[in-house]
Design a protein around this ligand. Sequence first.
Ligand SMILES: [Zn+2]
Length: 276
Amino acid sequence: MSTLNGFNLDKMEVELLDGKAIYKLLTPEGPVLFNDLIGKDLKLIYHKEINCTNCGKKTAKSYSGGYCYPCSIKLAECDMCILRPETCHFERGTCREPDWGLQNCMIPHYVYLANSSGLKVGITRTSQIPIRWIDQGATQALPILKVGTRYQSGVFEKLLSSEINDKTDWRKMLKGVPEEIDLQAKRDELFELFGDDLDDLEGKFGSDHVSILENEDVIDIEYPVLTYPEKVSSMSFDKQEVVGGKLLGIKGQYLIFDVGVINIRSHTGYKVHLEH
Ligand SMILES: [Zn+2]
């Protein structure tokens, strides 16, 4: 099958089914289940056109992961505080789009531990569980705090990141399945280590806004991968018009081909068609 119609790439849709990550790419012919394409040859062909994921206008370059320049400086979701949530400035009345902030940031968030390329701490909206973990290629995840806003989750994350990583090493993540970590034991260690600080923040934000989660279950995630690459070479439509080969697997938002890997999410708005 081949999709001849060009379409703008968006991140792969993911879900967790019986512990397994399921990936779909939305195309004009409908969603394509990528798990079924593993072991097969496929190609994405770039039309040398990027369309802003917000306004749809053509843009010579992609800003903030899929936007034109004007949108990237106007939208709240492209503001620096999204990457550094502890710098949220909603309360000061300077949010770029207060309505968007109300719907997306001033709502409950989780702080979690995950094992992606090793132990990490992260934050996510309730609705993005377990999507966020699959997007990061985590093989295990454990929510440890539930808080009232994105800002609050950012403050907790910042505190815990003095002790553990808050980034994923994507090359390492793509090289195999990491050694299993006892996330519940790590959580208990962190609660012990940061006990006073956690109490202080709970007092500051109000106990009705902060739940310390001491009894959550670990979520395990399996990825559809036949073989992990020994050497991770990264492919991009900024450098080549055709990306493809034999699809060996999918992890995070990466397609793993026999000839290299490509991050689909970072090509949001790139117009392509798919041949498989
Ligand atoms: Zn735009």
